[in-house]
Design a protein around this ligand. Structure first.
Ligand code: JFZ
Length: 448
């Protein structure tokens, strides 16, 4: 049975390279996913007792040192009456997104579905009272978008034993000690919130494992399980959870389970590696300064910035998992909607330069990025021009291959390409075609 995992609980530990490629190919071709951080934290939305709590919105319980009972009261305000999963999935699909990963349960332990092992979930603890994951799964299936679940296996501030980041018991902001209470004080004066104290092993066995089984059993095909933050995890605890992924044949998991397991993906967070990694990887990033919704201090990135992130990541052989943080009413912030529509416009012309591409053959390009598609006897190079050369001459350093064809992707306008001493030079129109990066295509012969 699943519980009798052998000495390594990762079901794919012995798969061949071909089997792994077969399992990963859809994900590698997709290049672009949507992350959704949604939960009770969207009710305070960064503000606790009138104070702006610093940091990412979904961490407000920890950063605001809010005692468990007080935090749980926010569930009364979680009533996503405007939730429209079909609209969310179409917003993602029209942006060129191929898969969605949603927080089924984040560190606060609140489940966005009807869990049988706790009442701290959307069905039992909120006025909304309905499962949020089921309609999303149905919408994803209907529109051909793959669905994944984020699951916080190691931090769970509202269930006993999962709280590696504990909250002082008497922290409440109106407590004169609030500012003074810190880890040392709390530990030495018994201040930790008793609701959090308990055995991590018991938590993994009685909450995390049954919940991972629930989310991998009750929602149809699940393509990704996104473990998060292996704090205080070890192999024993990981082996109580990891065998459960066999409930979804072919499922992809990341490197954040713990216990020394690499999973299938490295997960650089809020940054893009300087160069490609030697393993499948996915950069998870926000459009502003928070994963979970906050009502202020957003510092929104521009659509152009987000598109360039997608291009930069694809040029290094990675995937972009771009986050939205819906409100407690079930709405994706308008600023996110606008950006996703802008990205969709760019993708409607240029998606061929992202999907099914692999990393650039060039170490560095001063004017932009390159993605590539390799064929039996040649390749298509997609030249993403961030900085238009003054003289209209684009140099591909060191390229020796014969150029069969060169054209602009968006209007198929033919371009001249010639071999020069240090590579190939492509002659561009004098001015860029549009505000957001033009893509030139170079069909070349031979090995790259
Ligand atoms: C984790 C969560 O704590 C956070 O709330 C959000 O869900 C994010 C996607 O994942 O944050 C992390 C996890 C790992 C690192 C940094 C932030 N890390 O390894 O540097």
């Amino acid at each position: 049975s699943l519980a009798e995992a052998n000495d390594t609980s990762w079901p794919y530990a012995n798969e061949t390279k071909e089997q792994r490629n077969q399992r990963m190919d859809w994900w590698r071709d997709a290049r672009f996913g949507m992350f959704i951080h949604w939960g009770v934290y969207s009710v305070p939305a960064g503000i606790y007792k009138g104070h702006k709590v610093k940091g990412i919105g979904e961490w407000i319980m920890n950063r605001g040192k809010i005692p468990v009972a007080e935090y749980k009261e926010y569930a009364e305000g979680f009533n996503p009456v405007n939730y429209d999963p079909d609209k969310w999935v179409m917003l993602a699909k029209n942006a060129g997104i191929k898969y969605i990963v949603i927080t089924s349960k984040h560190h606060d332990g609140f489940a966005l579905y009807n869990s049988k092992v706790t009442d701290w979930d959307v069905v039992d603890a909120t006025p909304y009272g309905k499962d949020l994951l089921k309609p999303l799964a149905e919408a994803c299936k209907k529109h051909g978008i793959k669905l994944g679940f984020y699951y916080s296996q190691a931090q769970d501030w509202c269930h006993k034993g999962g709280a590696v980041m504990r909250v002082p018991a008497k922290a409440g902001w109106d407590n004169p000690d609030h500012e003074k209470i810190d880890k040392f004080t709390a530990e030495h004066s018994g201040h930790w919130d008793p609701a959090q104290l308990g055995s991590m092993d018991e938590y993994i066995k009685n909450i995390a494992a049954p919940q991972v089984r629930e989310i991998l059993t009750n929602y149809g095909d699940i393509a990704v399980l996104w473990w998060d933050t292996p704090v205080d995890m070890n192999k024993e605890r990981a082996d109580m959870l990891q065998p459960l992924i066999s409930l979804q044949p072919g499922i992809i998991t990341n490197n954040r389970l713990g216990g020394g397991y690499p999973g299938d993906l490295k997960t650089p967070e809020q940054h893009i590696p300087a160069k490609g990694l030697d393993y499948d990887w996915e950069a998870c990033m926000t459009m502003n300064d928070t994963w979970g919704f906050k009502s202020y201090d957003h510092n929104w990135k521009s659509a152009k910035n987000l598109i360039r992130n997608l291009v930069d990541i694809a040029s290094k052989g990675g995937n972009y998992l771009l986050n939205v943080g819906p409100t407690s009413k079930g709405e994706i912030p308008q600023e996110s909607v606008e950006r996703l529509k802008e990205i969709g416009k760019w993708m409607s012309v240029n998606s061929r330069s992202i999907y099914e591409t692999t990393a650039s053959p060039f170490a560095k390009l001063s004017w932009g990025r390159c993605t590539k598609k390799t064929y039996i006897n040649g390749a298509d190079l997609y030249l993403h021009i961030f900085d238009w050369p003054e003289d209209g001459k684009l140099i591909l350093p060191g390229l020796k291959n014969k150029v069969q064809q060169a054209y602009l992707l968006e209007n198929m306008k033919k371009l001249k390409a010639a071999s020069v001493s240090d590579g190939v030079m492509v002659e561009l129109p004098s001015e860029p075609l549009n505000e957001i990066d033009t893509v030139a295509v170079l069909k070349v012969k031979g090995e790259l």
